[in-house]
Ligand binder design. Sequence first.
Ligand SMILES: Nc1ncnc2c1ncn2[C@@H]1O[C@H](COP(=O)(O)OP(=O)(O)OP(=O)(O)O)[C@@H](O)[C@H]1O
Ligand SMILES: [Mg+2]
Length: 488
Amino acid sequence: MLLQAQGIAKNYGGVRALKGVSFDLRAGEVHALVGENGAGKSTLIKVLTGAVEPDLGSIFLGGERVVGNSPHHSRALGIAAVYQQPAIFPDLTVAENIALVNETGGLARRVKWADRVRTARELLATIGAEIDPEREAGTLSMPEQQLVEIAKALGANVRVLILDEPTASLTELETERLFGIVARLRTQGAGIIYISHRLEELGRIADRITVLRDGESIATRPASETTPQQLISLMAGRDLAAVFPKRVVPIGDVVLSVEGVGGVSFEVRAGEILGVAGLVGAGRTELAETLFGITPADSGTIRVNASDVVVRSPEDAIRAGIAYVPEDRRRHGIVGELPVRANTTLAILDRISSNTLLDQEAERALATDWVTRLGVKTDGIDAPANSLSGGNQQKVAISRWLATEPKVLILDEPTQGIDVGAKAECHRIMCDLAEKGLAIVMISSELSEILGMSDRIAVMRGGAIVGTVPRAEATGEGLLALALGHSA
Ligand SMILES: Nc1ncnc2c1ncn2[C@@H]1O[C@H](COP(=O)(O)OP(=O)(O)OP(=O)(O)O)[C@@H](O)[C@H]1O
Ligand SMILES: [Mg+2]
């Protein structure tokens, strides 16, 4: 046995995140770890890497007990982790970020810049990431940050590679490349712990799957004998229905019309969900940021309900009825120090205040409603948002924008990192909003979500829309061919 965790328990104040979990990993094995948001997956990972100290339990690597664990110590032992939330230093270059974890030696060591850049370039090339090592890390998009994190983890001689939702913001192509690397590492005898909410992936990549629920290990099964549906039942402790409850609603007049904005033109009608597909770097998030006024365009026209609107800032966009749920919700999505209730109502303060006085009752009622609808696992609506698990923070960020009731709703990776139950609820809410006449633009890297939820699909490549496909004609291969620039 390569790695063993025995009887791991961890409490955060009154929250029992892990209640005596045991877990093991063989050399050459991919062991998947699944569970609903807040089940304890990331906490277990952090215990293994020494980022979090357990209250009880022990860890063995190659049969030897690991004492005095810390991130530095575990790294030296060959345990590398890609955490759910990228830990990039924005002011350093990509190469410096990669070097930081991989170079050993004191501060006075002589830095060979050229070597450093070359190493970074090689590591990025192994995962097929076209990212300039000399770029400032603060300019990277979410998926690019994720790719840099993966390159970082591959730097040292890895015995145990831990991936906490590595594909959350990656598209099919990047995911394929990652699977290639995982396959190579396992033939070299490394063990891989793989966390994902994309249950369909697991059959392809995992040998065994362990399900966590409420801080307990519920089952460990061979991946080949376990269906996604069985996993969902084990995760939730009950049977859950379909994942994509797409309802076809009447399509009305054009609500959003975009003409030559950053070279892009399209329309979205009332009740319509326009899916936006494309590879990492295709310009999808940039388009959303332009429409929302974060990076206003120099040319082109935006019309909402047939009136020209000038969008020079997010305030302009909100006034024009455009709301945007950004992809990088840790940076733009939630305010970690504020309680869950304030995060839910941040965008609609005017609706629950009179004479600038906040109606606390209304805020509590609204927040409680959203927490229940999306099943946000929290100590209560007064808990600070950053005490929530990754997926539960996502739910709070989404609820805040769903609560605004805009005319145009732009969603960037709306269900990234949230569990199947909440995902279905999000999709149901999107359909409800469409039915009310909203025009929805949904950027997603998950092909099944694009195919399952869109009325039409716009495919982007190199900053332009290279094709628009109606729901009935869309196939995974067709979209991928467009995204890659191959003729279908
Ligand atoms: N720093 C913290 N302070 C307080 N509570 C915490 C903290 N970190 C995690 N928790 C709580 O511990 C529980 C387990 O969280 P964990 O992050 O391990 O979940 P997870 O399975 O990784 O979920 P997700 O799929 O959402 O990432 C949750 O109830 C969470 O709110
Ligand atoms: Mg997590």
